[in-house]
Each structure stands twice: as C-alpha cells, then as structure tokens.
Design a protein around this ligand. Structure first.
Ligand SMILES: Nc1nc2c(ncn2[C@@H]2O[C@H](COP(=O)(O)OP(=O)(O)OP(=O)(O)O)[C@@H](O)[C@H]2O)c(=O)[nH]1
Ligand SMILES: [Mg+2]
Length: 354
C-alpha cells in the first residue's frame, strides 16, 4: 500500500441554474401570464470520513472535484432540478486546510462525519416570481448564482492510542510486529520504515491502536533524515513509547537526542505522557544491562522498562503500562479502535463502550 498524508485538491461547487422567462399562451385561454420557473440549486462539495482508508493516495490521481450545475428553470412554472453533489471520501483523521495550508477548515475525527466545503449556487428566480400588480408581464429572470471554487489541503493525521518514537534501529517496527498483526518492514539499517504503520495490540482482553513511525535523528526538525514530518501521526495519541536501543553506546545521549526533536516539533508532543523503555536487552549481559538501565534512568528521570521484542521479555509489562495511561487519559477507557477496521478478537463483548 502506498502512503500519502498530504494532498492538494481543487474543488468547485455547481452554479445555480438560471430562472426562465416564459409566458403562458394558449389558444382560447384568456388569461396567460408569466410562468418561467426557477433554476435548480448547484451541487455542493462535501468531504466525508470513511472507514477502511488510511492514506490520501487516491487524491494523487484525482485532484479536481466539481459538482454539477443546477438545471435551468422552464416554462409552466417548472423548477430546474438541483445539480448533483460530489463527496470527497477521506480517511478518519483527515484535516482540511485553506489554501495557505494553515487555516483549519475542519477536522474529521469520526467515521461518517461530513462537512460542506463549498455550497452550490442558488438557482435564479424565473419571471413568474417577479409579477406584481403594476407589472404583470415581467420579461426578465435571474441568472443562477455562481458556485464557489477553492483550493484546499487535505492532511491526514492517523488516530492511534499510543505512538512509538526513537532513533532509527531502536526496534520500533519489531515492537509493533511482535504485539500486533501488523507486518512492517524490519531490517538492521536506519530508516527501514518510511511511512507510519498501525497495529492493534491486545492486553488483558483490551485492545488499543499502536502507531510506528520512521526514526528520528538529530536535526530532524530541520529536515535531517526523514525529518519530523511524520510526527504529526503521533500528535493525537494519548501516550508515547520511547524506545532506546541497548545497542547504543550512550543510551542517555540517544534518549536526549530524540527528546530534543520532540520538543522542537511542538504540537503538544512534549506534554504527552511518555513511557521509556530500553529495547533489545537480549544482547546485553547482566552487568551491561544494569549499567545502561541506570544511564537511561538518569537521563529520562524515570525507571525504564527493560524489554526485548525478540524474546518477549518485559513486553507484557510495558503493554500494561501503555494501556493504563490510555484508559486513564480517556476517562471512559475508550480507545481509537471503534474507528478502525481491524480483526476483532474473541473478547469483543466489552468493546462497544463508545
Ligand atoms: N536482538 C534483538 N534485535 C532486535 C530487537 N528488536 C529489534 N531488533 C533488530 O534491530 C534491527 C532494527 O529493528 P527495526 O524494528 O527495524 O527498528 P526501527 O526502530 O523500526 O528502525 P527504523 O524503521 O529504521 O527507524 C533489526 O535488525 C531487528 O531485527 C530485539 O528485541 N532484540
Ligand atoms: Mg521501523
């Protein structure tokens, strides 16, 4: 699947149909008179969040969306039909911005949420509308109003409960693969992951959505590496899991590098609860493990979880910790799950707590 999280599209709502100028003229009918109908309304342009999409890739192939013009009014007081509308179908989590790519128009966070981006022009009045006592035969009608046209940006910010952050090779994708059914690419070179991946983790019969994003390196906020452009996808999570690899010489420094990038990004990331874990601990012996765990604790100010996605050590504990923060942060214990089409496990009876 190709991933695209930003797209620029041109939209135009339909013009209104023109009103008609028409007079009733019939043999043997004494009283005729104006009977031009009104034009139909132009079609609207809507945007709607739908399930089953997690990329804006469709908008790379189609960037113009035009609704139909209203049908003109006709004689015998017939009103024209309204123009057909068009609906842009986008993934849940898509935000729509004005052409400046800064002014937010709407944020579609729930499945089925709709928003009208451009209103179709009203149809013009036909001449029967203008008859008065003093002018019983108006020979004019209104043209329809023009539709609106504009360029908007679509920006997707995935909706997940927890986000994985860390340097390249920290084992983020391996973590995701070991606790969910997601199968991201894993390899021992930096920037294996080029776009975000989502998966559903289950712990003690509860599910939550976990997002894996490309690794961050020093200067990511200035565009170094893949940069921080995917951090938007963890902006809406309730908790971050910061993985620091046991393979790092200096785990304290590695931790701080990523923390600095999170700070530089802004977007409220630094205010999110963060759980810190030392990953890939299976490669360390007892003494090294103690030493690195201490270093990381000193740098982060919290006791890191010690985990190995390969052996499974510590994984349950860290999942529980994530779940606890998610449940607490949401109050209701509701997760991002209802909006995702993912395989449902057998314990689905307690999932409908929307
Ligand atoms: N021994 C051991 N190796 C691990 C563990 N987790 C991941 N690895 C290895 O570490 C390397 C990097 O793992 P990835 O999961 O691709 O790392 P990443 O953080 O997703 O890396 P990027 O996508 O490049 O940012 C791979 O070769 C993995 O097999 C672990 O728990 N133990
Ligand atoms: Mg990866």
């Amino acid at each position: 699947m190709k991933f695209l999280d930003e797209a620029k599209v041109y939209i135009r709502s339909g013009d209104g149909g023109a009103g008609a100028v028409s007079f009733r003229r019939e043999k043997f009918v004494e009283f005729g008179g104006p009977d031009g109908g009104d034009g139909g309304r132009g079609g609207d342009v809507w945007v709607e969040a739908v399930n089953g999409l997690n990329t804006l890739i469709d908008f790379r192939f189609q960037q113009h969306f035009k609704a139909q013009t209203g049908i003109h009014g006709m004689g015998r007081n017939r009103t024209g039909a309204n123009g057909g509308e068009v609906t842009l179908k986008v993934p849940v989590g898509t935000q729509i911005f004005e052409e400046d790519n800064e002014t937010l128009i709407t944020d579609l966070t729930k499945e089925g949420q709709r928003f009208r981006l451009a209103k179709g022009g009203n149809g013009g009045f036909g001449n029967s509308h203008f008859k008065t006592a003093t002018n019983q035969a108006p020979n004019w009608a209104n043209p329809g109003l023009e539709g609106e046209e504009k360029t908007v940006w679509l920006r997707l910010k995935l909706i997940a409960d927890a986000g994985l952050v860390g340097l390249p090779n920290a084992g983020k994708s391996t973590f995701l693969a070991s606790v969910t059914r997601a199968r991201p690419k894993i390899a021992n070179y930096p920037f294996t992951t080029l776009h975000p991946n989502l998966g559903v983790a289950t712990i003690d019969g509860r599910e939550f959505v976990l997002a894996d994003i490309p690794g961050l390196i020093e200067g990511a906020h200035e565009g170094v590496g893949i940069g921080d452009r995917f951090l938007g996808h963890v902006e809406r999570t309730r908790v971050l899991l910061h993985l620091v690899s046991s393979m790092e010489e200096n785990v304290g420094k590695s931790y701080k590098t990523v923390k600095t990038e999170l700070e530089a990004y802004g977007g409220g990331l630094i205010d999110k609860p963060v759980i810190v874990a030392l990953s890939q601990i299976d490669i360390l012996d007892e003494t090294e493990l103690k030493k690195k765990a201490k270093e990381l604790e000193k740098a982060s100010g919290q006791k890191p979880f010690l985990i190995s996605a390969i052996t499974g050590k510590g994984m349950t504990d860290v999942l529980r910790a994530l779940r606890d923060v998610i449940v607490e942060a949401s109050g209701t214990g509701e997760t991002a799950l209802p909006d995702r089409s993912t395989p449902v496990k057998e314990d689905s009876d307690e999932d409908d707590d929307e």
